[in-house]
Design a protein around this ligand. Structure first.
Ligand code: ADP
Ligand code: MG
Length: 707
């Protein structure tokens, strides 16, 4: 195995990045073909190792001997790239296996991405790999690039050397990865390692995320993904990353999804789960290459420690635009202290523009004053970051501007605070600075603010993630859950509301007091406190109100009898009458806000928990939060704070604050239940009525589904 040059440590995937020897299989001696381009590229950029080649014809290309079989290669290469027609690959894999080659990159297409009929071909390739203990990248990919090692596996012709940076990329698509690298270079963002994972027959994005997290020369990671197969492993790995991870997950290929059995499943589209998972793991999600560039530039700046901003602007109009952007992201424009304003007055005198935040620099044309003001602003304790709107004409100020940016770069390094400079000048000037100047600049105030917000978001998410604590555990009466499940399975039906509430009780969630009546029983001696609710229990009507199966505020025994009769009539009137399995007489809960807590086993990510306000809000406003379970108390509270309607819980306009603590506990319990009992496929508590602080919750309805 290879030794990592920087750390001396080894990793099982090192040979894909630091091979001492590289074998390219599929090199034509006479024609130009893809294998030959790979060979030429590596010779040209000076691959730091030995290159071998195999092709159908013996000969020589660029001083490299081409053999006609793997067996003839004089030593065992650390890694082999195969780029020959798909049907030839199993045989070549066997040759590689016999040779003792452990790391294989299959760049050829023509596998399952071409036709599902080729599944057996992929299977065969994987079987051979397992037999010989080989690891595979691909098929249908462009392999890896390691700028540090002058290793370049893609088959597009490369001219000249590639500058080394510290951003590493994992891409499911070679094409997207390739264009993004180019766009990044145009923005003076350079990368360190690149991996195209292709069809992910063996190794996938999780393996390479893990690799890059431990890779000493990578400081941040970008991943372009179309699907995530091992969702839970992805999450667990991302949760441990100390390096920023940026993900673009496109939605074109929908992930495997099950037929929605209940409300919960229908409400949480897979992409929403992906987004929530990334949010929970402190991964920054971008939706386009533009957003990626902004994020990657932001990461070249120091972290934002809080939301207090200063805006310095060479144009008043741009200051106003910046203030709007600040408002959009919730930044605070703090007041400048008097001592600072005094200092500013010694630097320049203004007749028409007031000294305030945003500070309008429109009257100044002296770059040394800009620098001094910026320096003084960076020194302010109550400022976490600065936006500087740099508006100028290149014909006068091109050189001064570059010197100024160098100075800003140094100041930022010294102060440890970010300055987002917006470059508002003529087109050629902007392109030139963006491409060639090492200090990141942004095209407009919104981009600059987005960048600073990204830094703050990352820091806050990571702090929360790192300090989340341990998910609390609760005793669960597993026998009770199992017996309910068994009973329902025997009768081939879903649990009734009363049984679903029993499952809750088994997990320590106490529902509002109720009694159950058989379908023809009359209420006697109920020992209930009026008023009560009367509800239909039916194996095929889990949404009771929809079939006229809920009567509220009944205040006498006679009322109960009437309510039951009415419900029976409504059911009879149905086109396909629902079964009447009985009735639930339930005490009315005190007033409060109706809340929704759900959970389910996601096919990609495993157990998840969902929170939102009940009723129409969850359906119409889609105001809900999702996390992978089990969650901690800090995560549960974070879920609640994420809701747009959170102020309702915190108390608004004379309304009392509600029992957030009880809700946090409830979320933890449900998340623990769904994690501990994997036979529960989905469940929801809807509504949970939330009472004022200290008064707790009332669980009045639940649904549970078993696999
Ligand atoms: P379903 O959701 O199957 O239609 P629910 O049991 O959730 O039936 O009842 C419908 C609505 O009636 C609830 O959303 C809630 O507003 C109200 N409700 C039900 N039971 C009670 C109760 N015990 N106390 C107060 N309100 C209740
Ligand atoms: Mg309900």
């Amino acid at each position: 195995m290879k030794t990592h040059p920087a750390t001396n440590a080894t990793h099982p995937l090192d040979n894909f990045f630091y091979p001492k020897s590289l074998l390219i299989i599929g090199v034509s001696v006479k024609r130009i073909n893809l294998g030959k381009i790979i060979l030429i590229n590596n010779v040209n950029i000076g691959f730091k190792g030995t290159i071998f080649a195999v092709g159908s014809e013996a000969g020589e290309v660029q001083g490299v001997t081409v053999y006609t079989s793997v067996a003839e290669v004089p030593e065992t290469p650390d890694v082999a790239i195969i780029i020959t027609p798909a049907p030839t690959i199993p045989d070549i894999m066997v040759q590689c296996g016999e040779k003792g080659i452990t790391h294989i990159v299959i760049e050829s297409g023509g596998f399952t991405e071409y036709s599902q009929d080729n599944k057996s071909l992929e299977r065969e390739v994987l079987d051979i790999a397992r037999r010989y203990g080989m690891r595979i990248i691909g098929p249908n990919c462009i392999g890896t690039i390691n700028v540090e090692h002058n290793l370049i596996m893609p088959f597009a012709l490369v001219q000249g050397g590639i500058p080394a940076g510290s951003l590493s990329i994992v891409s499911q698509s070679g094409g997207v990865g390739d264009t993004y690298m180019r766009i990044a270079n145009e923005n003076h963002i350079f990368f360190n390692k690149f991996i195209a994972v292709g069809n992910k027959l063996d190794l996938d994005e999780v393996d390479f995320m893990e690799y890059l997290i431990q890779d000493t020369t990578t400081t941040s990671i970008f991943m372009y993904l179309e699907g995530i197969n091992r969702g839970r492993a992805f999450f667990d790995t991302a949760m441990k990353s100390d390096k920023p991870i940026i993900v673009q997950k496109s939605n074109r290929s929908p992930m495997s999804s099950r037929i929605a059995q209940s409300h919960t499943a229908a409400l949480s589209a897979d992409d929403e789960v992906v987004g929530s998972m990334l949010h929970q793991a402190a991964v920054v999600r971008v939706k386009s290459e533009d957003e990626l560039i902004i994020a990657a530039k932001a990461l070249q700046l120091p972290m934002m420690k809080g939301r207090r901003l200063a805006v310095l602007s060479r144009s008043g109009g741009h200051a106003v635009i910046t203030v709007d952007a600040c408002a959009k992201y919730g930044f605070e424009l703090v007041e400048f202290p008097e001592s600072f304003l005094e200092k500013i007055r010694t630097l320049y005198n203004t007749r028409i523009i007031a000294h305030q935040n945003p500070l309008d620099l429109g009257e100044i044309f002296d770059y040394t004053i800009f620098t001094k003001i910026l320096e003084a602003t960076l020194e302010l304790d109550n400022i976490d970051g600065i936006v500087f709107n740099h508006v100028y004409q290149s014909s006068y100020e091109a050189q001064m501007s570059r010197t100024f940016l160098d100075g800003v770069h140094q100041m930022v390094k010294r102060s440890g605070k970010p300055v987002a400079v917006t470059l508002i000048s003529d087109g050629d000037e902007i392109l030139d600075i963006q491409k060639n100047h090492p200090f990141p600049t942004f095209n407009n105030p919104l981009q600059a603010i987005t960048a600073l917000w990204g830094l703050l978001y990352y820091r806050q998410r990571k702090d929360l993630r790192n300090n989340r604590g341990m998910p609390p555990e609760f005793p669960i009466n597993l026998n009770l859950v199992e017996s309910i499940k068994k009973h329902c399975k025997e009768e081939k039906r879903i649990p009734l509301t009363s049984e679903a509430l029993e499952v809750c009780r088994a997990a320590g969630i106490t529902p509002v007091r109720h009694a159950v009546l058989g379908s023809d029983e009359t209420p006697e001696d109920l020992k209930m406190i009026f008023p009560v609710a009367v509800k239909l229990l039916s194996r095929n009507a889990s949404h009771k109100s929809d079939v006229g199966g809920v009567k509220l505020n009944i205040d006498s025994s006679g009322g109960i009898i009437d309510a039951i009769a009415e419900i029976k009539n409504s059911v009879k009137a149905m086109a396909m009458p629902a079964a009447v399995d009985g009735f639930m007489i339930q005490e009315m809960a005190p007033r409060g806000e109706e809340f929704f807590v759900g959970a389910r086993q996601d096919p990609v990510f495993g157990p998840i928990v969902i929170a939102g306000f009940g009723g129409i809000f969850i359906e119409v406003l889609k105001d809900r939060a999702i996390r992978l379970a089990p969650i901690t108390e800090a995560e549960a509270e974070d879920m609640l704070r994420q809701l747009r309607m959170f102020p309702l819980l915190a108390g608004v306009r004379g309304k009392p604050a509600l029992d957030i603590e009880a809700l946090v506990g409830m979320l933890c319990r449900v998340s623990h239940l769904i994690t501990t009992v994997p036979t529960i496929s989905e469940m929801d508590l809807n509504p949970i009525i939330v009472h004022p602080r200290g008064m707790g919750l009332s669980v009045v309805d639940a649904r549970v589904f078993f696999f």
